[in-house]
Design a binder for this molecule. Structure first.
Ligand code: HEM
Ligand SMILES: *[C@@H]1O[C@H](CO)[C@@H](O)[C@H](O)[C@H]1NC(C)=O
Ligand SMILES: *[C@@H]1O[C@H](CO)[C@@H](O)[C@H](O)[C@H]1NC(C)=O
Ligand SMILES: CC(=O)N[C@H]1CO[C@H](CO)[C@@H](O)[C@@H]1O
Length: 329
C-alpha cells in the first residue's frame, strides 16, 4: 500500500464513529448467553443486597464521565499507579457495586473466556438494575474495550460536587456533549440510593453561619429537622447516610422531581435544579409526567453509555476487571 493509499485508508477508518463500531448483537456468536448470564447474577445480587442497584448506577456514571465508559473506575490501585477508584470523591462508591461486576465477569469467563469486556458488563448491569428497580429498559450497544489507564488525578475535574453551581455543572456536561436536558434527566438517578451526611451537612447545620440548627431556607423545615436528627453524630460516625428520595427510596420513579417541588431535595445541587430557569421547566415536566422522564432518561443513558468508548487497539478485554492484562501498566 502506497503512502497515499495508506493515508486514505487511515482517513476512512478513523472517520467511522466509535458508536458505529458498537452493535446490539456484538456477542451473538462469541458469547450468545451474555445477557442471560449478567441478568442472573445481577438479579440474585440485588435481591440479597438491595443497595446494589443505586451503587452500580453511580459507579457507571463516574466511570463514563472520567475518560469514557471504559471500566477505568474498576481498576485497583497498585504499586505503580493510584487508580480512579481511590480518588477522594470515589471513597463512598459502594463495594457491592464492584462486587456484582466481578461476579458477572467470573461467570462469563467460565462460559466465554476472554470475550466480554468489563465496560460492557458494567453498562449491561446498570441497565438491568435500573429496570429491576422500576425504571425504563433500553437497548445497549456492545463492543466497548476496557481502558489501559486509570488515574485518580483525572477524577476531580470530570465530576461535580454537591456544592457546585448549576452553571458549573451545565458547563461540565456541555463540554462532554451533554445538554441541559440530559443533565436534568440523568439527575433523576437520585430517585434511588443514599447520600452521606457530610455531602449535605452545610444545608442543615449552621447554614450561612446562622447558628447550630440553621438550615437552608429552600429545604422543607420538617425535612431539615429529621435530617438534623439522623446526622447529629455524623462527624463521629461518617458512615451515616440517608435516602436520596425519602418518599420512595428504593423505587426508580419520578418522585425525585416531585420532591424538589416540595423542598425535599437532599443535595444542594438537587434542590437548585428548581431555581435555575434553564433547569426548572424540566423538573416540572418530569414531576408531572413520569413517561416523559423515563423516555428522556433512557435516551440520555444510551448517550452516556457510548461516551468516550474505546474500541480496537485503544483498549483490551481485561481478564480481571480490577487490573490491566499487562500487570506492570
Ligand atoms: C452532576 C451532578 C451530580 C452530583 C453533584 C452528584 C452527587 C452525588 C453525591 C454527593 C452522592 C452521595 C454519595 C455518597 O454520599 O455516598 C450521590 C449519590 C448518587 N448519585 Fe449522584 N451526583 C450527580 C449526578 C449523578 C448522575 C448523573 C447519576 C447517574 C446517572 C448519579 C447517580 C447517583 C446515585 C445512583 C447515587 C446513590 C449511590 C448509592 O446509593 O450508593 N448522580 N451523587
Ligand atoms: C466544595 O467542597 C469541596 C470539598 O468537598 C471543597 O474542596 C471545595 O472547595 C468546595 N467548593 C466550593 C465552591 O465551595
Ligand atoms: C407525557 O409525556 C409523554 C411522552 O413525552 C407524552 O406522550 C404524553 O402526552 C405526556 N402526557 C401528558 C399527560 O402530558
Ligand atoms: C470505594 C472504592 O471502591 N474505592 C476506594 C475508595 O473507597 C473504598 C472504601 O473505603 C476503598 O476501599 C477503595 O480503595
Amino acid at each position: 500500500m502506497g503512502p497515499f493509499l495508506f493515508f486514505l485508508f487511515f482517513l476512512l477508518s478513523s472517520s467511522c464513529s466509535v458508536s458505529a463500531k458498537l452493535s446490539l448483537d456484538y456477542y451473538i456468536t462469541s458469547c450468545p448467553a451474555v445477557h442471560q448470564i449478567i441478568s442472573d447474577i445481577v438479579t440474585t445480587k440485588q435481591i440479597n443486597s438491595p443497595t446494589t442497584g443505586a451503587g452500580v448506577l453511580r459507579l457507571f456514571f463516574h466511570d463514563c464521565f472520567v475518560s469514557g465508559c471504559d471500566a477505568s473506575a474498576l481498576v485497583s490501585t497498585n504499586n505503580f499507579n493510584l487508580a480512579e477508584r481511590d480518588a477522594d470523591i470515589n471513597l463512598s462508591l459502594p463495594g457491592d457495586a464492584f462486587d456484582v461486576v466481578v461476579r458477572a465477569k467470573t461467570s462469563l469467563e467460565l462460559q466465554c473466556p476472554g470475550i466480554v469486556s468489563c465496560a460492557d458488563i458494567l453498562a449491561i448491569a446498570t441497565r438491568d438494575l435500573v429496570s429491576m428497580l422500576g425504571g425504563p429498559f433500553y437497548p445497549i450497544r456492545l463492543g466497548r474495550k476496557d481502558s489501559l489507564f486509570s488515574s485518580a488525578a483525572s477524577v476531580e475535574p470530570n465530576l461535580a460536587r454537591p456544592n457546585a453551581s448549576i452553571d458549573k455543572i451545565i458547563t461540565l456536561f456541555s463540554s462532554k456533549g451533554f445538554t441541559v436536558r440530559d443533565f436534568v434527566a440523568l439527575s433523576g438517578a437520585h430517585t434511588v440510593g443514599f447520600s452521606h451526611c457530610s455531602e449535605y451537612a452545610d444545608r442543615i447545620f449552621n447554614y450561612n453561619n446562622g447558628g447550630r440548627y440553621a438550615s437552608d431556607p429552600t429545604m422543607n423545615p420538617r425535612f431539615a429537622e429529621a435530617l438534623q436528627k439522623a446526622c447529629v453524630n455524623y462527624l463521629k460516625d461518617p458512615t451515616i447516610a440517608t435516602f436520596n428520595d425519602i418518599m420512595t427510596p428504593g423505587r426508580f420513579d419520578n418522585m425525585y422531581y416531585q420532591n424538589l417541588l416540595k423542598g425535599l431535595g437532599l443535595l444542594a445541587t438537587d434542590q437548585k435544579l428548581l431555581e435555575d430557569p434553564r433547569t426548572a421547566p424540566l423538573v416540572k415536566l418530569y414531576a408531572a409526567n413520569q413517561t416523559a422522564f423515563f423516555q428522556d432518561f433512557a435516551h440520555s443513558m444510551q448517550k452516556l453509555s457510548i461516551y468516550g468508548v474505546k474500541t480496537g487497539r485503544n483498549g483490551e478485554v481485561r481478564r480481571r476487571c480490577d487490573s490491566f492484562n499487562n500487570l506492570s501498566a
